[in-house]
Design a protein around this ligand. Sequence first.
Ligand code: ATP
Ligand code: SF4
Ligand code: MG
Length: 323
Amino acid sequence: MNKFIEVKNLVKEFPIKKGFFNKQVGAVHAINNISFDIFKGETLGLVGESGCGKSTTGRCVLGLIPPTSGSVKINNIEITSADSKTIQHLRKKMQIIFQNPYSSLNPRMTVKDILREPFIIHEKNLSKKDVDKKLIELLDMVGMSESVLNRYPHEFSGGQRQRIGIARALTLRPEFIVADEPVSALDISIQAQIINLLQKLKNELNLTYLFISHDLSVIRYVCDRVAVMYLGEIVEIAPTQELYSNPKHPYTQALLNSVPVPDPNKDLSSRIILKGDLPSPVTMPSGCKFHTRCPYVMDICSKVDPEYTELSQNHKAKCHLLN
Ligand SMILES: Nc1ncnc2c1ncn2[C@@H]1O[C@H](COP(=O)(O)OP(=O)(O)OP(=O)(O)O)[C@@H](O)[C@H]1O
Ligand code: SF4
Ligand SMILES: [Mg+2]
């Protein structure tokens, strides 16, 4: 399979500045040396608690924010050092769908203006008639009729607004989409409709997704492979089926155990329950970043950062227990 996205040793720190001279006094270590690939046509899931660095990863991959160090290649093009013309060309191929479609859609613009904007910026040669035709096609793709074109975002329900957000992301026919918690703000009954729409579009348009969510049920349904993030690191990555049936990292095990179990007879004795809050990404724990919460913590864990262990094809995790 072709690698569409290649991320190597990505680091992102946000400086913390203070005082009159704006002196840097520390840094938020949002992403700590992560590497992963996404293959063409694949959906890679990114899962983890709030603040673990999922959105920052998505924004770095799209080139929306510069990483502190590391490499991001899209279709073999290094975006961290690309010139502005190359970036503009790549931008057309990559889009983002946000959690809250209401805040990402300009409330003062009609659906028509919202969807027309990318064409005005990137496809200046298209006639008005051709653009209008494309808008109707786009709405059809996301299950809406052209009658919505002259309406404003506030006139729609959350699910419909997310359909408009998706249509906007698709305007320039991207190849890669970062879906950042695309259904988290929606009613549970609407979530399935939007997930099914994203799946349908993926198949029809041969899209590649980075799918960000803290909801393990959604990730399981949508993703081919899953990367589990903890404090800016990928602690485990595996094909979805493998990760859910054979989780190896204590953090992945704890996350999976926090999902409600529908079967009351299921043995819960081996369940690890995640205790305490995520440590601050400003003062990171030494060694294994999970050692302050891990039920299996050993002496070595606070001293030495574990390496990745290859567990099977495409399945690796970083924990001293696996060495
Ligand atoms: N622009 C910024 N300036 C400073 N710190 C930031 C900035 N953006 C993100 N952070 C910090 O980086 C860390 C990772 O944030 P990020 O938004 O990537 O997490 P997340 O996993 O997407 O969380 P959530 O599930 O809540 O969306 C957090 O500690 C966050 O406060
Ligand atoms: S390295 Fe140690 S602290 Fe970290 S997950 Fe493994 S057992 Fe737990
Ligand atoms: Mg986020």
